[in-house]
Design a protein around this ligand. Structure first.
Ligand SMILES: *Cc1c(COP(=O)(O)O)cnc(C)c1O
Length: 295
């Protein structure tokens, strides 16, 4: 019904960065698994949605900003699956709906705007409980879809990838994607694969906490989050970053956007220039999609 195309395409990443010749670079195109559903959001939602469908859930409640890739993917999936989505959105876009919100309206999602102080409570247990009390039969999915049930879907990114890589780079927002990859790597005993998260927001310590809170065991090692490439915060950007995204698209034919994939590619370029990767490294960059958010 949703026509998701996996395994996603794996292709060499051909860039003219001087330091790229010492290593092999590949990109996994989760941005191509569906024309509407953003790559990693499907990975995180897959098993939650399968379970919702099995249980006959009629309503799903979730959270996000006005450009949220998560709400966008969820809104589309719910529409296709005949489930009512109630989107709790940070801020008030009544007068000026974003393209994302206009899509949600078209897919018959209900939208409720929450002021910033209320939205801030989105993961507090008593706040969730009050929404659950008002909608007893609804399934509530956290912001970004990052929850324990998201991990098995993310794990499939690694299991469909038989080549051996030494490093994997992935953007980090709410932590579910990185957590799922860490867990999958442990399960597959590929412990020499170094996982590098690229923080897309200012959150040193906070993001590591989010990732660990999703993992059954916080003792997993050989992963870390780079905090130097968020450009000042979530969705913050500079002209240099935007030019970098444009040039990348021209050179490689692969579109990236400044919120997630642009910062991750930028981080890859910087780490290469710093000599972070040993000669001969086999580096995989996960393109998580997200181009709808850049409209
Ligand atoms: C949400 C999102 C991320 C971040 O993933 P998390 O699991 O929230 O850390 C990365 N890339 C894109 C395109 C996203 O939409």
């Amino acid at each position: 019904m949703l026509n998701i195309v996996t395994p996603s395409v794996l292709q060499p990443l051909c860039v003219d960065w001087a330091d790229a010749r010492q290593v092999s670079l590949y990109i996994k195109r989760d941005d191509l698994i569906h024309p509407i559903i953003s790559g990693n959001k499907w990975r995180k939602l897959k098993y939650a949605l399968l379970e919702a469908k099995q249980r006959g859930v009629a309503e799903i409640i979730s959270f996000g900003g006005g450009h949220s890739n998560h709400l966008h993917a969820l809104g589309y999936c719910c529409h296709q699956l005949g489930i009512q989505l109630l989107a709790l959105v940070r801020g008030n876009y009544t007068a000026n709906p974003t393209p994302m919100l206009r899509d949600l309206q078209q897919w018959h999602s209900r939208i409720i705007y929450l002021d910033k102080a209320t939205y801030h409570k989105r993961s507090q247990p008593n706040f969730i409980a009050s929404w659950q009390a008002a909608h007893p039969d609804a399934l509530i999915i956290p912001e970004g879809g990052s929850q324990a049930l998201a991990l098995p879907g993310v794990a499939e990114i690694l299991s469909e990838q038989e080549s051996d890589f030494s490093h994997l780079l992935v953007p980090v927002g709410s932590g579910g994607t990185l957590a799922g990859l860490i867990q999958a790597r442990q399960a597959r005993h590929k412990n020499d694969l170094r996982l590098i998260g690229v923080a897309t927001l200012k959150g040193e310590g906070y993001l590591e906490g989010l990732v660990n809170s999703l993992l059954p065991d916080s003792a997993y090692s050989n992963w870390h989050i780079e905090h130097r490439f968020h450009f000042g915060g979530y969705a913050k950007r500079s002209d240099e970053l935007i030019n970098f995204c444009d040039t990348f698209k021209i050179q490689t034919g692969i579109a990236i956007e400044p919120v997630y994939s642009g910062k991750t590619c930028w981080a890859l370029k910087q780490l290469l220039a710093e000599g972070y990767f040993p000669r001969g490294s086999r580096i995989l960059l996960l393109h998580t999609g997200g181009l709808q958010g850049a409209r």
